[in-house]
Design a protein around this ligand. Structure first.
Ligand code: SAM
Length: 234
């Protein structure tokens, strides 16, 4: 694994696949891959297929460009973005999620606008710079070096571009009995973890909007999103 010339981050790889097109073994943590594979294989479809509301809100006012979707899941955001003219690189550790996302993109007629790539972001990170880097609910119950991955995400933002991090602010009402003690970082804590140079970055959003959503049992409840939107100065 070589050091990236611009970032010095060993996870910024420019060749993350072998000649056979499969990720090299050491580039994927088996426990991580297995956890997410098993989650996706529990159901034919795990997520709604719709784009995340904060992403829609933020991107609605931006001109289309290049976007990196980290932990793209079944591709709801990537497909929505590609449909609006963005050139999308969408990555996930779960091959099942990527396969579903790729099939959904073909059905939606936007496959040409999306490059799906398998990465374990704790091991390798997609090369390049993007007008938007989006991390939507890139949260894991496994050991996950979240701050490091988010700092890599910030390094992947092009001059004038943005990093959007949206995370759960609270466990959804239908999951609280299973996770009574979970506390998520506040937007302010996430911003601090990013450790951005204030001379080079402007904070555009730092808030915790609430929204209504329907849980797996059909009950409607209120969700809290933690939102960090920062712009790298041109
Ligand atoms: C909670 S889901 C969110 C999916 C999608 N962004 C959404 O909002 O619907 C988290 C996603 O991150 C992926 N993920 C978790 N750990 C990862 C890792 N180390 N590298 C890449 N993807 C990872 C999972 O496979 C899963 O698809």
């Amino acid at each position: 694994m070589h050091q990236d010339a611009t970032t010095g981050d060993p996870r910024h790889e420019d060749a993350t696949t072998s000649v056979a097109g499969e990720p090299r073994h050491r580039d994927v943590d088996e426990e991580t891959a297995q956890y997410w594979e098993e989650l996706y294989q529990k159901r034919d479809r795990y997520w709604s297929g719709r784009a995340n509301p904060v992403l829609v809100d933020v991107v609605g006012s931006l001109p289309a460009g290049t976007v990196l979707d980290l932990g793209c899941g079944e591709g709801g955001d990537a497909i929505w973005l590609a449909g609006r003219g963005w050139r999308v690189t969408a990555v996930d550790v779960a091959q099942t999620a990527l396969d579903r996302a790729s099939a959904a993109a073909a059905t939606a007629g936007v496959a040409a606008g999306i490059e799906f790539r398998r990465h374990d972001l704790t091991r390798t990170f997609p090369p390049g710079e993007f007008d938007l880097v989006s991390a939507q609910f890139l949260q894991s119950p496994l050991e996950f070096p979240r701050a490091e991955v988010l700092r890599s995400a910030a390094r992947a933002v092009a001059p004038g571009g943005r990093l959007l991090v949206v995370e759960h602010g609270e466990v959804p009402p239908w999951g609280r009995h299973a996770h009574p003690d979970v506390r998520f970082p506040t937007p302010q804590e996430t911003l601090a973890e990013l450790d951005l140079d204030p001379e080079r970055w402007v904070t555009e959003r730092l808030d915790a909007p609430r929204r209504q959503a329907t849980g797996p049992d059909g009950h409607v409840g209120t969700l809290v999103d933690h939102v960090v939107l920062v712009r790298r100065r041109p």
